[in-house]
Design a protein around this ligand. Structure first.
Ligand code: FAD
Length: 433
């Protein structure tokens, strides 16, 4: 009998009788892996043509770079660090150097000290306000403070959005549990995340459009037919639920509202190949410490002849809007102003991201609107023990990261296993918790 919704077509016989995981990013891969190790018949369904989502390593000549996540944040407690060791990857434990300025170029020590003091004042005021109602992070620094532009630029890197759009309570939930150890995987964070998917049943180029969860058997409508299964874990970015690019039958307005309150901010990267040998290993520059639109430059990552340029927030939005070549022109101008005009000919753009324009993702990482902290739990809550949710935006403390995504994926998988006790009893999951 045909269903009354537009969510129905003839089901296919494919893997995934026990569970379908939607979205092959860090969360979906962690979830599918956990379910597979528990002995379940699981299928990982991905709209794009590759694994990893916002974890994406590419080869440029003989170098590996990360277009998405690159840092193992909170590295000592980050499950990907242990997995990197498990899979024989190399973890670089050098300090991230974000607060340093190579050769003091354009940002002398006295100015850096003044900026540091302003940052501390802002941070202390923000922490002191935590017992009160939620507010935007901009409430703790005057609009005309000389260091407001740089603190806004850093908010762009960290939150993907300026201070005025970020919730104090959400920011503090992350900051107060994060640790200072930020390490990197030489072979690429994206390579590591994709490695964790090896051996899983995966369907790429398969867009999930509708999930019919009216009956015990859940029907997952995709661009390549319908899959019937017992449990579904939805691991897509919040943007995919906001725009109702995936619909539910019956509808889930709470999920829609939660995703809308947890938008993806924007961060973009540009990689410049550097001719010559005088680049420091693992150096750092801020392009213009007096502007809210400036890039953070990682010089010689892993000793490679590269500069990784990092744009955030409204600055990244504007450069994406300005189209091809805008980010490269901007970065090269900033670097030439610091390093000298002879560098112009030595800086060759080799890769650039446009995460806002990326199909099926549409942004970089989530932040909460003011007052929206509880929406992370709303987004993560299961529906009728049949439909589960994971992804970085579902994490209450490690959102916006690949390890937060991993943890939510494992938690959702464990919840699924808890609803299927017969299957989970004889195969203990071996994945890291
Ligand atoms: C430039 C940049 C730098 C970053 N830096 C860091 C960093 O240094 N450290 C860090 O920890 N994190 C960083 N992050 C964030 C980190 O990459 C993400 O938080 C994390 O990878 C998100 O994983 P996820 O599984 O939640 O979502 P995603 O990786 O987005 O995976 C979701 C998947 O769902 C798929 N999908 C969407 N819609 C559908 C559909 N309808 N049907 C099927 N599949 C669908 C998507 O194609 C995607 O593959 C960075 C991100 C960016 C963009």
């Amino acid at each position: 009998m045909p269903a009354t919704s537009g969510c129905w077509s003839r089901p296919e016989r494919v893997a995934g009788a026990d569970a379908v995981v939607v979205g092959a990013g860090a969360a979906g891969i962690a979830a599918a892996r956990r379910l597979q190790e528990a002995g379940l018949d699981v299928l990982l369904v991905e709209a794009g043509n590759r694994l990893g989502g916002r974890a994406y390593s590419v080869r440029i000549e003989d170098m590996t770079v990360d277009l998405g996540c690159g840092w193992l944040h909170s590295a000592r407690r980050n499950p990907w660090t242990e997995l990197a060791g498990h899979y024989g990857f190399t973890v670089d434990r050098s300090p991230a150097n974000w607060s340093t300025q190579w050769r003091d170029l354009g940002f002398p020590p006295a100015e850096r000290h003044a900026y540091h003091e302003a940052w501390m004042r802002w941070e202390e005021a923000a922490h002191a306000a935590l017992t009160g109602p939620d507010q935007p992070l901009s409430a703790f620094i005057a609009p005309d403070d000389p260091w407001r532009p740089l603190i806004d630029a850093v908010s762009g890197y960290v939150n993907g959005a300026p201070l005025s759009r970020v919730s104090l309570h959400d920011w503090a939930a992350y900051e107060d549990s994060a640790t200072e150890d930020n390490w990197a995987v030489r072979e690429g964070y994206g390579t590591l995340v994709a490695r964790h998917a090896e051996g899983l049943a995966v369907r790429l180029d398969t867009i999930v459009t509708c999930i019919d969860h009216r009956a015990q058997t859940v029907r997952v409508e995709t661009s390549r037919g319908t899959i019937e299964t017992r449990r579904v874990i939805v691991c897509v970015p919040s943007t995919m639920l906001t725009g109702e690019r995936i619909t539910f039958d019956p509808p889930l307005p709470d999920k829609h509202a939660a995703a809308t309150a947890l938008p993806l901010g924007l961060a973009d990267k540009l990689f410049l190949h550097v001719d010559g040998t005088d680049l420091p290993d693992n150096g750092h520059l801020i392009g213009n410490p007096y502007s809210a639109c400036t890039a953070s430059y990682r010089l010689g990552p892993f000793g490679l002849p590269l500069i990784e340029c990092f744009f955030g927030g409204d600055c990244a939005e504007a450069l994406e809007t300005d189209g091809d070549g805008a980010a490269a022109d901007f970065a090269i101008s900033e670097l030439v102003a610091l390093l000298g005009s002879d560098w112009r000919a030595r800086l060759i753009p080799v890769a650039a991201t446009r995460w806002r324009a990326e199909p099926h993702i549409h942004g970089s990482y989530s932040h909460a609107h003011v007052g929206a902290v509880p929406q992370r739990a709303v987004l993560a809550a299961p529906v009728e023990d049949r439909l589960f949710f994971a992804g970085e935006a579902c994490s209450t403390h490690d959102f916006s990261t690949a390890h937060g995504a991993f943890q939510t994926g494992v938690a959702a998988a464990d919840a699924v296993i808890g609803t299927l006790p017969f299957r989970s009893r004889f195969t203990a999951p071996a994945s890291l918790a």
